[in-house]
Ligand binder design. Structure first.
Ligand code: ZN
Length: 131
């Protein structure tokens, strides 16, 4: 297994960012197996969906409307419970098949990082398991 990290700088509190290009750059050229994209944080998510600008805004709107900004117990500590709850629903990782170094994503699929408590610098592990 090879593990690389990528760094993603975010510029809003809630943002959906297409990281497919950055992920692709660190996958070994001859890899055949799987790639796991794993965020090391408790207020981000990783998911796979279509990277269309208006849709990315729709995802942000949906997460904002589904999860209340206020009224959480954890807010007494550091005022970001909404970010943790959004992250919990999304999950920290995705695994994608890889063939000859190429991600085997569907035509309309991209790897999306969801920032729920930005702006911050985020570290994402890209772990390639070749078989
Ligand atoms: Zn917190």
């Amino acid at each position: 297994m090879t593990t690389e990290t990528i760094t993603v700088s975010t510029d809003q509190r809630l943002a959906v960012i297409d990281i497919t290009g950055q992920v692709t750059q660190v996958i070994p050229e001859d890899a055949d197996g799987t790639v796991t994209i794993f965020s090391e944080h408790t207020t981000t998510g990783v998911t796979i969906n279509e990277s269309e600008g208006r849709l990315l805004n729709d995802f942000e709107t949906a997460l904002s409307e589904l999860i209340s900004d206020t009224g959480w117990a954890h807010d007494e500590i550091d005022d970001n419970a909404d970010s943790h709850v959004r992250s919990m629903l999304l999950g920290p990782s995705e695994t994608v098949p890889v063939s000859n170094g190429d991600l085997q994503l569907g035509t309309w699929q991209s790897i999306l990082l969801i920032e729920c408590d930005g702006p911050r610098s985020r570290t994402i592990q890209i772990a390639t398991l070749s078989v």
